[in-house]
Design a protein around this ligand. Structure first.
Ligand code: ADP
Ligand code: TRP
Length: 333
């Protein structure tokens, strides 16, 4: 096992990377990469539950890869790979199934939400639930435990999955009376929060309410103008703390900018269009350098292929060691 702490995270290629992914996962992960052994990957098998169009899936895989690289992932320092290129993951997932209580998976948020919706609509509770969704937390645990991960930088919505990975690892360690697997924990910073989307709900590809990271300037502005606000007129003073535009602004503006906009809210005389324009300006300034890099990278698939191939070879070396260790412990080695 490595002595340095390990940080690991993955993103599913299920849509355009958005500023929720950036704030909740990409940014904290890249900060952690400065002090830990970092392993960041594209969770393409996890995406299969949602994406059944092969061309689209391929496009999204390149988009997520280009997003990581554009935001500053250095493949010489970070192990960067595709989940599907590391088959040891599926070995471990099968082993973990035997230490995973069914009741644990019954409690997973995504699965629970789906059966509750079915029940509320008077349908059979299992309609639309595939085994990929049901066993999602086991595959995710395999991703994490395969690399002796200590910290997993993810948004709050994923914390339950990391806690499940810790539970499953503990169950296996207990069964074999040995510290076979490292117990992971979610990593959060005060800024790792749930970023809200255009409609005030969690920003998510599934809700179609995102602000994608790499939209061209004009489209970015148009998207920001779609943020839902209340019907207060220009003259009225406005409450910054309950406003989605201000909440998003705070994530990207400086202390002085935040204070100045707050005063304009409280004074009245500022319309929602003006507040959104301020948000566009800070966001555009923040994202422009990433967008420039992304636009170049997304055109160069052979380069991305080469990096991912090199990364997966290194990843398989580490993964192979873990699998040998686990197999030995369980009597299959
Ligand atoms: P989505 O919900 O859009 O499908 P993913 O499930 O692919 O996003 O999430 C990838 C990473 O980005 C995860 O670590 C997740 O916690 C984080 N993330 C996604 N949406 C948000 C959000 N609105 N706020 C904070 N983090 C988020
Ligand atoms: N489930 C995560 C998401 O929806 C993606 C993911 C798959 C992941 N495997 C992981 C995140 C391992 C962290 C570690 O965002």
């Amino acid at each position: 096992m490595t002595m340095r702490k390990v940080s690991l995270t993955g993103i599913k290629p299920t849509g355009d990377p958005h500023i929720g992914n950036y704030v909740g996962s990409i940014k904290p992960a890249l900060d952690l990469a400065k002090k830990f052994d970092a392993r960041y990957f594209i969770a393409d098998y996890h995406a299969l539950n949602q994406i059944k169009d092969p061309k689209l899936l391929k496009d999204y895989i390149y988009e997520i890869a280009a997003a990581w690289l554009a935001c500053g992932l250095n493949p010489d320092e970070v192990l960067f790979y595709r989940q599907s290129d590391v088959p040891e993951t599926f070995d471990l997932a099968t082993i973990l199934m035997a230490s995973t209580p069914k009741g644990l998976l019954n409690r997973a948020h995504a699965y629970k939400a789906m059966i509750q919706t079915n029940q509320a609509e008077g349908k059979d509770q299992d309609i639309g639930v595939n085994m990929g969704l049901y066993t999602y937390p086991v595959l995710m645990s395999a991703d994490i435990l395969l690399f002796d991960t200590n910290f997993v930088p993810v948004g709050k919505d994923q914390f339950q999955h990391i806690e499940m990975a810790a539970d499953i690892a503990q169950a296996l360690n207990y069964a074999y009376k040995d510290d076979v697997l490292v117990i992971p924990e979610p990593y959060s910073t005060p800024s790792t929060q749930t970023v809200i989307g255009l409609d005030g709900r969690k920003m998510s590809k599934s809700y179609n309410n995102t602000i994608p990271m790499f939209l061209p300037e004009k489209k970015l502005r148009k998207r920001i103008m779609k943020i839902v606000t209340n019907s207060q007129v220009i003259e009225e003073p406005k409450d910054p703390e309950t406003c989605s535009v201000f909440t998003l602004y705070k994530l990207f503006a400086s202390e002085e900018q935040i204070e100045a906009l707050k005063q304009r809210y409280l004074a009245g005389g500022m319309g929602w269009g003006d507040a959104k324009q301020e948000l566009f300006l800070v966001l555009n300034e923040h994202l422009s350098p990433y967008r420039e890099k992304y636009d170049v990278l997304i055109q160069d698939r052979p380069y991305i292929d080469k990096l991912l191939k090199e990364g997966s070879e290194k990843a398989r070396t580490i993964a192979g060691e873990t699998i040998r260790r686990v197999r030995k412990a369980i009597g299959i080695g």
